[in-house]
Design a protein around this ligand. Structure first.
Ligand code: CA
Length: 231
């Protein structure tokens, strides 16, 4: 279980996030101020800190600097401002990643997994199997029926995002956010184009899917075989 320290002063956002993160199987400890964030980070040694920037006592950026002085714990910033200069400043201060409010639990969870992988703290199995499709998340190698499949970077990222939620229908909106880091904007067309390339490389087509099942108007599900309801 991943232990998260959630720093958020808004009670509604805090309890909603706690609930969704716990549903995702994480251990969550939540605090509402910068000072309590610092003491919790020291005492409880969380695996990841999710830090809101607008806190009542200490500015989130200052909390980040203080935290960096005492701990190397991965920190994901939650900001309401989609401001590139500000985000670059926070990454320079030692943030590992960021999410822009409002964000979905799925998006946040993808960022959590990513920072854990980068920090080497992830204990997830590096191999993901979906029927005859095998994805090595560390070496980024993919095989189908034991034969290697050469994927471009975004094709692999797209496949991986789907594989981590295998069996679930993932929306194009979520894929744009997770794979292309487009929390807002971006076009479904981007996803469609990469899906069609990915399909070709996996040896299937939209009309005859083997792994990538489009669900019309909803999104895509990665699964080893078709299930009723596939479009
Ligand atoms: Ca706040």
């Amino acid at each position: 279980m991943v232990s998260l320290l959630l720093v958020e002063d808004d009670p509604a956002i805090r309890s909603a996030l706690m609930r969704s993160l716990r549903e995702l199987g994480h251990g969550v400890n939540a605090v509402a101020t910068g000072m309590s964030a610092l003491s919790s980070a020291v005492e409880q040694k969380p695996d990841v800190v999710l830090l809101d920037l607008g806190l009542p006592d200490v500015d989130g950026a200052d909390v980040l600097s203080m935290l960096r002085a005492i701990s190397e714990v991965p920190v994901i910033i939650a900001t309401a401002r989609d401001d590139e200069t500000e985000i670059v400043r926070l990454l320079d201060l030692g943030a590992d990643d960021y999410v822009i409010k409002p964000f979905t639990a799925a998006q946040l969870n993808a960022r959590i997994r990513a920072v854990l992988r980068r920090s080497g703290r992830s204990d997830e199995d590096p191999l993901i199997n979906v029927g005859a499709l095998v994805i090595d998340t560390r070496s980024r190698e993919v095989t189908v029926d034991g034969r290697p499949v050469e994927l471009a970077r975004k094709e692999f990222d797209l496949l991986l995002a789907l594989a981590r939620r295998a069996g679930e229908v993932v929306t194009k909106r979520d894929l744009l956010a997770e794979v292309w880091q487009l929390a807002w904007g971006g076009s479904d067309r981007t996803v469609d184009v990469h899906l069609s390339w990915l399909r070709r490389k996996l040896g299937e087509s939209a009309a005859r899917p083997r792994f990538l099942h489009s669900v019309r108007g909803v999104g895509v599900r990665l699964a080893a075989s078709a299930e009723p309801g596939d479009a």
